[in-house]
Write a protein of this length. Sequence first.
Length: 888
Amino acid sequence: MHVLSAVLPFLALAGAVSAGPVSSTSGHAPVSPTPKKSTTKSTIPIPTGTPSGKPPAASVSGLSSGSMKAPASKSGGPTTGPSYVSYGNHEASAVSIVSYLNKIKGTTTTDANNIKPVVTTAASVSVTTSKHTTTTTTTKHTTTTSAKHATTTTKKATTTKAAKKAAKKSAKKERRQVIKAVTSSAATTTATTSSSTTTTLQSGCTTLEPMFYTYYTLNTTTAGFLLDTVYSVAAAANIVPPAGYTTLFTNALAAMDGGKNTYLTMSQIASYNTTQCAIQCNNMAGCNSFNIYFQRNGQYTPGVSCLNPPARTQIQCAFYGNIINATTATNVGLWEANFAVVIAGSNGYMRNPPPAAVSGFNGPFAQTGALPITTNDVISYTYLSTYSPSACASLCTQLTATRRSTAYNYYYWTGGIYTPCNSFNMWNVSYGGVIQAYACVMYGDLADQLDTPSTSIAYGGVTYSASYSYTWDLYPQDPGNALKTYTQAPQGTSAACASLAASASTVTDYDGVTWNIACAYNLPAYDIGSQSVTDYYSCFDACNKFTNCNAFAFGWNTCYFKQVNSSSLLAPIGDNYGVDLAWNAASNYAGWSARNATTATVSGTTTVAWTGATTTTITKIAGTSGIVVVQTPGVITGVSTKSTTTWFAAATDSGTSSVIYTTTVAGANTKTSTILTVYPTAPACSGVAVQGANYAIWNNNFMGGQNTYGYPNYAPDYYKTVKPIVNGTAHYMAEDNDGSSTISVFGYSNTATGLAVAQTFYIYAGRGTGYYNFQIPYTDDIEFIWIGNKALTGWTRANADLFNVWTGNAESQVSLGYNLAFGSYLPVRVHWANGGGPGSMEVNMWAPDGSYIVQYLGSNNSTMSPQVVTTACGSSTVGAFPAWGSES
């Protein structure tokens, strides 16, 4: 259970259940942060009921109370729960922050954004502003104050280039160091009103800061930002933590102090999405908590010639190796030149220590609250005195055993059918921040994946909190048939492809489906969906339940579902990224022979007249049979001869005809020949060949960001209005550099450690109607592909059809099929960038027949079919690519 459903009142459910004894405990998992008045465990409602009907129904009420006495939890969670803080008086806090910023800026200055709260009857807060001028004199010795450590030091001024570069790099990496404001002789005019500040842009404001979040405060003063309710409302709405996390504090006007915590990195995101931050933290080595906040940021990079640029808003996720807490959320802001960087809507979350795994079950899977209780899904529940997944699992399996036995013994009534316990959910039942008990809820199947869990349960006028919720799924799922026997599925390393293939090349799963398996092979096409799993064997059942799935590739704990048949002509490809393949034996997929030489029995020949000047032959093939047609000049009476010949298939893109046709090429002996399929190529433009791809090369404007997970600060659309260093036409699609040696990138000599490269082209569908497949098998550091009209205009990072990024670990290959009509054109844009060090740009493309259109070869090279063209000649259905540097 990974995505969950709307909850019905759990504690109000009446059914065939009884509770195990509940004892007061200090808790073995994080407590609910919801503040309530305390109560005692005796107020927890314990619904009761009596099973009825024939045959008797089984529930946990039939088990002895002793079985409810679970051993102590091994989850290792905190015993009292985290300290939870919610910040309230933002007006007073804003006054303090502005006062603090004024103080650290210098005693001779008066901040333009200094606020004086006034009493109002409206809900909004009014502020006043005063004019601001700054004069700083630089002498031989300069005194600076660090906000981070709140100490004052005096040192000799440093003017070397190396020192300046190092200081700039440090400030970029973690914006927590106060930069002393300076003034410039550049002209600037500031108009002050009671609601906003308007600044004339200085000529030095040229370097745009990346902004993924589109909203910004209209009152552009520091105070206006701090008091903007858009930020506080968003923070308050996320008091419920993402799955697997606990809320530590909300709505602070400060971020974490990096010097007092184990700071890892940060990432800019496009919306206030705590789940997105949590996913990044989960995939980051050593990450145990994160801080999400709104940051007032300059639209342009502040500096000597850009003192106070217009204010915009960024949303940042900052990640930490330790468990953060509210007491170290003291980083209220800093100065960049005369621009005040401040924080709003700051929330902190702790990654929960996961509970123990349970033998025979997949999981644990983190949830945001209690799963739903519905008459269709839930089969029983109880309360435990400790958070013990093994005890709940034991109840689950005992319940299934009882129901299976009942179904078998009462076969006359049941037909051997019963509802097994296939999954269970455990969560803390809390009141007033104190754990009252631990719910153990059992399900006959996986919960509905379309609904949402609940963090609060109301019963009898009392609201209980549901927290630290996790699920476990029986593996494999019980079919619920007492007459069916099956072998328990392997687990752990025994469930790997290599372990299964040690004894056979086929596997029959517990559903009775036989599979061909191919360890260390991939099929980078025919994808129809995916699902996270724990091991290779789990993909068999997952594929069986996924509509139209009859093949899969397993890698990175994910099943990539595929649909194959006899027309799937791409064979398995050897894979060195840890991917394993399987396909249903009943799928009619040719597997290893899909792109090998195919044989056809040709029965006889037929001679026909044609208008050509010479004799030629074509072979008409239908499946595995065919006939040779001899075409000779003039009028000839047809004759027929019998023969049996093995024909090998081949193809070429050299045709000038407007149709696909076949011809035969005689072999070295009379028993073998080649059936050559000739595909038409795109027509020339006024006699000029158009084969190849347009390319452009820029210097990467976002260097170094690749060390942040997902390279979030890279903005490909930045280059829409930037003229490239060099551009032209290329006949390959690849880049490989070792980080130091000079290489040729489409003729441009460079180490390529800091380049951005784009290629635009059209695929001419000369290889017939069907799916043309695109793939990014690997990249270093970031790569995008846009397909269709948005490849021409309107392309952004967010709407890329394919996206891959270097993570330091094995990457997932990403692929997409696009259906084209024969003879049509499809615009395609590829964009790649390297943020530093070695780099690699890789692209593969296949036609419907499985043949390569572009095949990455390594060593800065690839193949490129004539089906790749720079211009869609004679086509009125697709537009042209704009000139480099003049795009929208």
